[in-house]
Design a protein around this ligand. Structure first.
Ligand SMILES: [Ca+2]
Ligand SMILES: [Ca+2]
Length: 242
């Protein structure tokens, strides 16, 4: 029994060492976007969906937001950052509006295991721009909340990053937040938020495109590295026994 515990400890240490050395070096282009329709190309928005609702799983839930291909006066000069047809337009009569999406890690093979190593980091990313004719101070924001339970229960932590936009509809500003994923996380709530300082955004519409949430190392990479460490260990054991 003692030997088994030592073996497990040894494998864990080797896996952790390999991850520490190679985990951060995984190429960015290999990462999978955990957000469904991060480019707002196909998701049929248009109706308000309560934002703090577990029904947002794998789908964007909008608060005063809709997808547009143009046509509205404020979308003139705004070319989608990603794709050719659609982007998210945020407008309304309040001071801050958003769309949110919930990601269930149990739907990702090995997702929970990877996070509970304590070595996983995230990258939440989106591009924002103001609409034509927007006035005042206009801000974009990305927010990521970590939950241990379903239906937004067990909040562990919330991270966010914000940027004052440049007021030019023709340019997209990138807002990015990175950090560690807390151990015990089972659900991510990703939010993209647009706000102004007037309290009434009607003519101050903003646009969001190319939202992505990625984690490093990916669960599949972790599983492969863990398998490699185990194989290495077993080979060493065989040599030692021979
Ligand atoms: Ca798009
Ligand atoms: Ca801009």
């Amino acid at each position: 029994m003692k030997s088994l515990k030592l073996n497990t400890l040894f494998i864990t240490l080797i896996t952790a060492s390999i991850l520490a050395v190679f985990g951060a070096a995984l190429p960015a282009q290999a990462q999978t976007n955990l957000l469904v329709d991060g480019g707002f190309e196909s998701n049929p928005l248009g109706a308000y969906i309560p934002t703090l609702n577990s029904g947002t799983l794998g789908v964007w839930a909008d608060e005063a937001a809709n997808i547009t291909t143009g046509g509205a006066p404020d979308s003139a000069g705004v070319i989608p950052y990603l794709g050719s047809t659609k982007m998210l337009r945020i407008t309304g009569t309040g001071s801050a509006w958003q769309t949110v999406q919930l990601t269930d890690l149990s739907s990702i093979p090995g997702g929970a295991t990877a996070i509970d190593t304590g070595l996983e980091t995230y990258d939440l990313n989106a591009f924002f721009t103001t609409g034509k004719g927007a006035t005042g101070t206009l801000t974009g924001q990305v927010i990521l909340s970590f939950y241990s339970g379903p239906a937004l229960t067990g909040l562990i932590r919330t991270d966010n990053a914000a940027l004052v936009l440049d007021g030019d509809p023709a340019t997209w500003e990138n807002i990015q937040k990175t950090g560690t994923v807390p151990i015990g996380t089972r659900y991510f709530l990703s939010q993209v938020v647009y706000r102004d300082n007037t309290g009434q955004m009607g003519t101050n519409a903003g646009f969001v495109d190319a939202a992505s949430l990625t984690v490093i190392p990916e669960p599949s990479s972790l599983a492969l590295l863990g398998l490699g460490a185990s194989t290495l260990f077993l080979r060493r054991r065989r040599h030692a026994c021979a």
